[in-house]
Design a protein. Structure first.
Ligand SMILES: Cc1ncc(COP(=O)(O)O)c(C=O)c1O
Ligand SMILES: Cc1ncc(COP(=O)(O)O)c(C=O)c1O
Lengths: 138, 416, 416, 138
């Protein structure tokens, strides 16, 4: 598997960029990793088809925190259509490390949550208000 | 279809088949109750415990990752084995009975209201009858049964339309563990779907013995057991259509099936884990995965053809014995490798006990299908049931050994 | 108490313990999740499949009789292991979770009415919390929880009386899988009985690690899992008092649990089979029987003493590390061999991942006890948990290896 | 195990003695073997503390039929107190064969049923009317 605790990952974990909230987000969602308790909320501001601002909040391990932070940096300034088309591979590439099965959920939680904020995964739905968690209540 | 060596060459994979019973070679004809396990399956289980053993899903450490990969990998094998669209549709239970209880408990919650109708058949194993009786009672619904035509041993097609009309759920066995009858599931499922009913299939006696593809069956759920298909005890499967499972409430609570719990409530996990409460039968699921690989390699088409040959032989040999009565279809093409029979002047218990002295294992009793047995006009039957590792000469030896029963009870063979 | 060789000599019975993880010796400290299996248990399972394999209870043939004897013999071993009065009181399930669901589902049917009260604790595993939440909801009852004193990691005895007053069922864990806390079950059971409440005990973390005698506990039911006590996956146990089990309605339906079925209804079988639907986990029950023999021979008193020594060592070594916070009682005598902890500046996931690179298996997460974890003020903890085959030098190596975590995150050891 | 199909067993199976019903029984019960479907009903007439008549009906294998028949022969004329004290060993001894685990239920069903007819197993309850099956209805 190789070392996943690269200088970059540790640095992003300890000094996360783009962490925080946005005053008037146009879309937001939160995601949760049932197996470990990690959670992340993402807020974005979209204007004229572009993501002008992107921020995350949450508590997670080094991998998920770095993944969130790097993803926010990546999508700020991106066209909405482009951001919607980001693949899992794209998200993993940002990290620059090999990710084992067990850590996939950590690494992909931010992307999953961003997609939810931007409308149905891969779909072309209009941006909507606060995302509802996907799980069903008993 | 797989080619490979003849099926008889596979006997060497089953150590128990060379066992002797009081000096006599074991002739195991109780495969409808449980089958034996090849060394490939036993070896995989042993290897799991010796190398990968750990709890699944929540572990960062190597063993836990390996155990999770093996467990989820087994799910994928089993999904492919029955043509499921996704491993998410495979729920591991402890046996077919739990799978059918899950279906009856959870699906009826979703689909059955007061005064409504659930349909099953008269030839069900208790495990696919009593859970529906209970569900019907709980929801104030009624349970109606498709009838068995006693002359043919088949379901009476004439009454299908009327019985299925308005049903909310139709649950039936693919293949009877007493009569052997293979039911026209695709046809019934099509009729049921037109009525808007869900279709649940008990595949405990079909999945081990023939190619079963959930798409072609056209059903919504399918239940089966690992131990009847070369897998270990302690593992069963409920397959369900993803969008249906999504809507069904969970069945058992705790452990892995949970996404979030507070002191006052809980949210459920995603499929398939929503239905898997507590530490699952990990080694057993992995063993069943290995069993599916084994069966695939043997070739399900070849297995079916071989068992049909043995059944034909058994039916023909028994029909020559005038004091023997066979229950179920007389045509081997219409039934699985299950031959239930009675002998004049001998109780099924005694038949089984006397055959046991020859090393032959058959089962006697109501085979957990009391209502059907009673409809056959008896309290019990004897049953010989085959698997791919049985041989023609075993079947011949079995048929010949019925003479021993006559000898005990002083009966004379009344030839055909 | 058994004498025999030192416990460390038993390591050789566990092939997996000599595994290497990426070249490093495996140091397995995830025993609260699942334990490893000695060759004695694996051998017994293998032998079963190679010699005795058959379905139980309804067979006249030799294999079926041998399988039934082995299966029912395992029930007797397990009954003796926990001091049950009769094997009838031992119900085999697939895991502790199913056992607790059975208890919650069936006992609450008998004992809990609208507006009434069920009591549990804040330190329960989801498997002993969510089933009671559901039962309470179903019966319009309320669930109240005995509180955990965050300073001591013990249940707050001051509130017992008020909370337990008027309860119909009290269900609590004997030993917490996070805090390690061993609860005063006998005391609580006595209070509960005075109130006329039934007492259910989750023994998943106690039965494997100390001598548990149901008589001395004074409870009505006890649940535990095979895979956490040297047994295979796929088997759990619910012990219940015979006269209580007699009155409880069955839980799953079909197969062996039935005495008589007609097309319209059913009567139930005698204990314990009334609660065992379908083909049971035969090989797994037999494996668990062998595990009980193994543990008995090792000596439950010696196991408890050894684990207490390891826990004391771990607590002392971790307390020297200023950036490490340990959750639960600080006194090894008050807890099982479970040490949950956190490190400043490192997420539990990363701790587990970094220790894994040293060959050390610990678990990180909420350990299926989310409400408790949240009450601890964190989202997750790391947990090292011991069994009799662990050694002091493994514990030392684990404590020392936390330095690797600091190295990754550039932290400095802030000595005590 | 040895041969269980002795001449005596087969003879009692094929020509059962004491099979039938009693016009005015003073006690009766029926028993059932869930694992195999065997069933037996037993009727007795007790007067002055003695079993003056005992009959069985039912369907069963050679072992259970012979056991029923032999037991009825044995208890006819017996004091009630004696009959109530019959042990499993006594019942098995009547058969004169070794009985394996699997056949124990067959061999003991008649005794169990007789005891039920004569009041609680081993107890000293008064003789009562038709016995109710022991199983609980769902
Ligand atoms: C305290 C406690 N209760 C219940 C369980 C559930 O056991 P299982 O997953 O074997 O059903 C566990 C194990 O995870 C446990 O630690
Ligand atoms: C047709 C049928 N359905 C269901 C079952 C129940 O399977 P299990 O006992 O493995 O739960 C059986 C096996 O006995 C069966 O033959």
């Amino acid at each position: 598997m190789g070392n996943i605790y690269t200088e970059a990952i540790v640095d992003y974990y300890q000094h996360p960029r783009k962490k925080g909230t946005i005053a008037e987000p146009t879309a937001q969602a939160s995601g949760h990793n049932p197996s470990c308790g990690d959670s992340v909320s993402i807020q974005v501001r979209v204007s004229k088809g572009r993501i002008s601002q992107a921020r995350f909040m949450g508590s997670g391990c080094a991998i998920s925190t770095a993944a969130s932070s790097m993803l926010m940096e990546k999508v700020e300034g991106m066209r909405l259509s482009e951001a919607r088309n980001l693949s899992k591979k794209d998200a993993l590439a940002l990290l620059g490390i090999g990710i084992s099965h067990a850590r996939l959920n950590c690494a992909l939680l931010p992307l999953r949550t961003l997609k939810e904020a931007l409308g149905q995964e891969g779909g072309e739905k209009m941006i909507k208000g606060p995302g509802k968690p996907k799980e069903r209540r008993s | 279809m797989a080619q490979g060596p003849p099926l008889s060459a596979l006997r060497k994979d089953f150590p128990i088949l060379s066992r002797r019973i009081d000096g006599k070679r074991l002739v195991y004809l109780d495969n409808a109750a449980t089958t034996h396990k090849p060394v490939q399956v036993l070896g995989r289980i042993e290897e799991y415990y010796r190398r990968e053993n750990a709890n699944v899903h929540r572990g960062m450490h190597t063993l836990s990752q390996e155990a999770t990969d093996a467990y989820e990998g087994a799910r994928e094998r089993i999904a492919r084995f029955i043509g499921a669209r996704s491993p998410k549709e495979i729920i591991f239970t402890k046996n077919a009975t739990e799978a059918l209880n899950l279906a009856a408990g959870s699906l009826s919650e979703l689909a059955v209201g007061e005064g409504e109708k659930i349909v099953s058949t008269e030839m069900e194993h208790h495990s696919n009858l009593v859970p529906w009786q209970q569900a019907a009672r709980r929801h104030g619904a009624r349970l109606e049964l498709l009838e068995v035509d006693m002359r043919t041993g088949l379901l009476d097609e004439g009454t299908f339309k009327e019985k299925i009309a308005g049903a909310k759920i139709v649950s039936l066995t693919h293949s009877s563990n007493v009569l052997g009858t293979i039911n026209p599931v695709a046809k019934i499922a099509a009729m049921a779907r037109k009525e808007g009913a869900y279709v649940v299939v008990d595949g405990a006696q079909s999945v081990p013995h023939m190619r079963v593809d959930v798409g072609s069956l056209g059903c919504d759920m399918l239940a089966f057991s690992g131990h009847k298909m070369c897998g270990p005890t302690g593992i069963g499967v409920l397959w369900g259509k993803e969008e249906l499972l999504e809507r069904m409430p969970p069945f058992l609570f705790g452990g892995d099936m949970i996404s979030e719990v507070t002191f006052s409530g809980a949210k459920w996990n995603d499929l398939p884990w929503k239905f898997e409460a507590g530490t699952p039968p990990i080694a057993q699921a992995i063993g069943l995965g290995a069993a599916c690989d084994y069966l695939k390699k043997a070739g399900m088409g070849r297995i079916r053809a071989h068992e049909m040959r043995l059944t034909k032989l058994a039916l023909s040999l028994l029909s020559e014995q005038g004091d023997v009565r066979v229950f179920g279809p007389a045509d081997a093409a219409k039934k699985g490798g299950v031959v239930a029979f009675g002998m004049e002047g001998a109780h099924p218990h005694d038949i089984a006990a006397i055959l046991d002295r020859e090393g032959i294992a058959v089962r006697s009793g109501h085979h957990c299908a009391q209502p059907l047995t009673r409809k056959l006009g008896v309290f019990a039957t004897s049953r010989a049931s085959f698997y791919f590792y049985n041989t023609g000469s075993e079947v011949e030896f079995f048929a010949r050994s019925l003479e021993k029963v006559r000898k005990v009870f002083g009966g004379r063979r009344r030839g055909a």
